[in-house]
Design a protein around this ligand. Structure first.
Ligand code: ZN
Length: 189
């Protein structure tokens, strides 16, 4: 297994599914996030696309190593984690746009978004920050059954071969698979 000795850690993602990369006790040297196959970083100097990670390397590790190098070279500034959290975009509970701002409004994307939103409603999930970002892309969702929220992927939620998705909704247990099956009609057909 590839290991790295760089002294950073990855914090909890914000509602935009961006992971803070932290050095020392609490210094954030940038945020890393995925957009489809690319990994990007957001730093004191703005946004930078690192493209796809090399085979066998996790994108988040590639992004964090890049940030650590940039920081060591004095090219990006660190910000205390408290400040990053205070300035983070807040979780919203109102309606969100159909498409993520980075998603082009093509007929295919619009159709995919309608399918995804209908599926979220059927399965009691809510997009609380952004519109549909694509099937295999990180999407910050709220579980309406228990109030959990976090990063999900629509491709994991749509089920396969006409079957509903797993009743195991997310880490932490939710309300239990039996109750999930009781509350969601897709499991009763
Ligand atoms: Zn839940």
């Amino acid at each position: 297994m590839h290991t790295t000795a760089l002294p950073y850690r990855i914090g909890e993602p914000d509602v935009e599914c961006r992971y803070p990369v932290i050095i020392g006790a609490d210094q954030v040297i940038g945020k890393a996030f995925r957009w489809h196959r690319d990994w990007l970083v957001d730093t004191s100097e703005g946004e930078h696309n690192l493209r796809r990670p090399p085979k066998g390397t996790k994108g988040i590790d590639m992004a964090a190593a890049y940030l650590a190098e940039e920081y060591a070279a004095g090219r990006v500034k660190a910000v205390p984690l408290d400040q990053v959290l205070a300035e983070a975009p807040k979780q919203l509970y109102g309606p969100v746009p159909l498409l993520h701002p980075r998603m082009p409004a093509t007929a295919r994307n619009i159709a995919g978004a309608h399918v995804a939103f209908a599926g979220l409603a059927d399965h009691r999930w809510r997009a609380v920050h952004s519109g549909f970002p694509g099937s295999d892309n990180a999407w910050f969702l709220l579980c309406e059954l228990c109030g959990w929220s976090g990063v999900r992927y629509w491709s994991h939620h749509r089920g396969r071969n006409g079957n509903p998705p797993s009743a195991y909704r997310h880490d932490g247990g939710c309300i239990g698979e039996e109750k999930v099956r009781e509350l969601i009609t897709a499991y009763q057909q």
